[in-house]
Ligand binder design. Structure first.
Ligand SMILES: [Zn+2]
Length: 267
């Protein structure tokens, strides 16, 4: 059955997108209430998710953040006093972001809920069905995935993008490749990406192949001494970042993560 924009994938696992269709989130109906996975950017989208989860499960027991970016966290502004689960890396990252963007968040009347349960590397919730949350890093320092083994559904957060090039401004290149390789070994049937449509396990491999191709090309361009501005132009055109709003993330990645910063940071 469907609950507004949220669709039942299988068993008690639901997923849906923001009103603009761009960002994914979902929830699992458990014996303990709903576990919500990510919460979009806007209060409207967050409320739609909250209402769908409440309608299905009676109450929201906790929300888990796959990582700190506001398009996955700020929608909790109107959430009731449920738990908020995040990895240590994500909790640290969110604290930094809340400080850095304090005025902008206030102006937009957004107040992402802060984590109340911070875990180190992994946590298993025996909530029927069991839910496992594992920190893998890669997209952001604390990037985590949420897995429902009994139903073989994996919420990847932004370790997987579909239908648009991934945001790469905060990546850890090697950890991202390793994370995808790890997930490819898991017994997964359904993948809910951070952005883009739900797919099968093959989307994990598709993302890794894209990423390896991207990193190889970045190395080539870097190793022949291409200046940063020129590299941004070249790679933006080749990998789908030509749109003005997509370029800053690519630039940040090249400068701070991929060896174009002059001091070898991120190599
Ligand atoms: Zn993100």
């Amino acid at each position: 059955m469907d609950t507004g924009r949220f669709t039942r994938l299988t068993g008690p696992v639901f997923a849906g997108t923001s009103a603009d269709g761009g960002t994914g989130a979902g929830f699992v109906r458990t014996a303990m209430g709903a576990l919500v996975i990510d919460a979009f950017l806007t209060r409207e989208d967050g409320r739609a998710l909250l209402e769908a989860a409440q309608a299905e499960a009676g109450r929201v027991t906790a929300v888990v953040y796959t990582h700190e970016h506001f398009d996955h966290t700020a929608g909790t502004t109107d959430f009731p006093r449920s738990g908020v689960i995040a990895s240590e890396g994500t909790a640290r990252g969110l604290a930094r972001q809340l400080e850095r963007w304090r005025e902008e968040l206030a102006r937009q009347e957004l107040a992402p809920r802060r984590p109340t349960l911070v875990f180190d590397s992994r946590v298993r919730l025996p909530w029927d069905p069991e839910v496992v949350i594992v920190e893998l890093g890669g997209h952001a320092e604390g990037s985590s995935v949420v897995f429902v083994p009994e139903h073989r559904v994996l919420f990847t957060g932004d370790l997987v993008f579909r239908g648009r090039p991934p945001y790469v401004g905060t990546i850890q290149p090697e950890r991202w490749v390793a994370a995808l390789r790890t997930l490819e070994e898991w017994d997964v049937e359904t993948v809910v990406p951070g952005h883009g449509p739900v797919g099968g396990r093959e989307v994990l491999t598709e993302q890794r192949v894209w990423l390896e191709g991207f990193l190889e090309r970045v190395r080539e361009v870097r190793d022949r001494g291409t200046p940063l501005d020129e590299a941004v132009d070249l790679l933006a055109a080749e990998f789908g970042y030509a749109e003005e709003r997509r370029r800053p993330g690519l630039r940040m990645a090249l400068e701070t993560r991929l060896g174009f910063g002059g001091d070898g940071v991120g190599r």
